[in-house]
Design a protein around this ligand. Structure first.
Ligand SMILES: *Cc1c(COP(=O)(O)O)cnc(C)c1O
Length: 221
């Protein structure tokens, strides 16, 4: 049993007229649970490790109708090829060398990739992501010049703990940066922020996509 339907309904009620995508974060949970959520309407799943994603999900083209998998965890350059082969989008792009590698591997594989640029909006050292708006802006410019990459927007993970004020500061910074880039790049349509503990707050800052694991699948072991 998953709580997908309940979370989907809550999200729908909280987002009003806005169309907010629900990514069901299935990391650490078995494919049987993915399929239960799928039966309840889930289509987009989030995984944070390339190997787990490849072991759990069927390859592209062999999945149930409409099922997509987004990579949301830090990606090492030596795993880019394996990631591109399986993922429908990479949401955790955090450096220009990584963008470069994605472009080269896409070229070699004859494919294209959607990406989100990850912003370290809380400034926490243990978090990945571009640590300043300037660096992220430079990366957006770089990625926009790549012919196999579509930069769909920005992803951020809120601060550790449940400090509402800190959360709001991080989401506001990310939203401002997103608006600035959206004005320049028409491909920007996704601001991905909000997880089980803070998605309602993220919606107040006009998140377009929430990534929810625990509230749907339960605690990870
Ligand atoms: C694990 C994870 C989530 C989901 O977190 P929950 O608190 O379980 O909802 C969302 N985004 C990223 C990047 C994650 O790694």
């Amino acid at each position: 049993m998953t709580e997908y339907k309940k979370v989907f309904q809550e999200l729908k009620e909280a987002s009003g007229d806005r169309n907010v995508t629900l990514v069901a974060v299935s990391k650490f949970h078995p494919y049987e649970m993915v399929m239960e959520a799928y039966a309840d309407g889930a289509r987009i799943f989030g995984e944070n490790r390339v190997q787990e994603m490849r072991e759990k999900f069927p390859p592209k083209g062999e999945r149930p109708e409409g099922m997509k998998v987004y990579l949301i965890g830090q990606l090492q350059r030596n795993k880019v090829k394996k990631a591109i082969e399986w993922a429908d989008r990479i949401e955790s792009v955090d450096s220009i060398p990584l963008i470069d590698k994605i472009e080269k591997e896409c070229e070699a594989l004859g494919t294209d990739m959607e990406i989100l640029l990850e912003f370290n909006s809380s400034g926490e050292e243990q978090k990945s992501g571009f640590s300043s708006p300037e660096e992220l802006i430079e990366a957006a410019s770089y990625a926009s010049g790549c012919s196999h990459i579509t930069v769909k927007g920005i992803m951020t993970i809120g601060p550790l703990g449940f400090d509402d004020e800190k959360n709001r500061r991080a989401f506001k910074r990310t939203k401002d940066l997103y608006d600035e880039l959206k004005a320049v790049y028409p491909s920007f349509t996704v601001l991905s922020m909000g997880m089980s503990g803070d998605w309602r707050t993220a919606l107040e800052y006009e998140s377009d996509e929430v990534r929810i694991g625990t509230a749907i699948f339960g605690e990870r072991v």
